[in-house]
Ligand binder design. Structure first.
Ligand code: 5GP
Length: 222
């Protein structure tokens, strides 16, 4: 009996240690998050969750790499079949994270990075899953920079830019639900801040995160 208990407790501690972490990066549109997600996933053991979306692909996007592009009926079917860990409507399109792929990765000890909005983040936080969860909100340095970045995308439509600027004012209010807020003024610096946060969280170390600086920055943006 003792041997059995020992084996069980070893298995338990092993499975606890081996599980990967869920890392959520959210940001208002145009803060540069997608690039960051790609850079972070270049690090070993990190895997990007590929979402499903009903949005049409942009000219540089590839099905199965950037998203799984599906239509509304297919999306609804996945909702009905309870395939989604979370899903949300963003700018009139549906986006969702399917459970299958990511749970398998997490159980194999891989960290999974999610590029999802605040609605999806809230849903995942509420589920209190048995994986370490790290949530990071990325902000642009200023509204002007955000406006410039949005105007340079392949969606040159002015109306879309204005709509996303308005959405920004609403989205930013959700910063409080996140463990960390990072400002993307310079891609390299921002990346190294995120790596520092992840390293500290995943290896139980101190980090240099400065909450006061962030709170002041947000006050200026609001
Ligand atoms: P975009 O259309 O610019 O690629 O993404 C628009 C927004 O949808 C971004 O804020 C992005 O993080 C979010 N998003 C992408 N995939 C998902 C997802 O699976 N779930 C949720 N909730 N949001 C997502």
């Amino acid at each position: 009996a003792i041997k059995f208990i020992e084996t069980k407790s070893n298995q338990l501690s092993m499975s606890l240690h081996k599980r990967g972490a869920m890392i959520i990066l959210s940001s208002p549109s145009g803060a540069g998050k997608t690039t960051l997600v790609k850079l972070i996933s270049d690090k070993k053991n990190n895997f990007i969750s590929i979402s499903h979306t009903t949005r049409s692909p942009r000219s540089n996007e590839i099905n199965g790499v950037d998203y799984y592009f599906i239509n509304k009926n297919q999306f609804q079917k996945l909702i009905n079949e309870k395939e989604f860990l979370e899903y949300a409507e963003v700018f009139g399109n549906y986006y969702g994270t399917s459970k299958k792929e990511i749970i398998e990765k997490l159980n194999k000890g891989k960290n999974v990075i999610f590029d999802i909005d605040w609605q999806g983040t809230e849903q995942i936080i509420k589920q209190k899953l048995n994986y370490k969860l790290i949530t990071i909100f990325i902000l642009p340095p200023s509204k002007k920079v955000l406006h410039d970045r949005l105007s340079n995308r392949d969606m040159k439509d002015k109306l879309i830019v204005e709509e996303r600027m308005k959405q920004f004012d609403k989205d930013i209010l959700h910063w409080k639900n996140y463990n960390y807020v990072v400002i993307n003024d310079d891609l390299k610096k921002c990346l190294s801040k995120i790596i520092n946060i992840l390293d500290s969280e995943l290896n139980d170390k101190e980090n240099t995160y400065n909450k006061t600086v962030i709170e002041n920055h947000i006050k200026n943006l609001i």
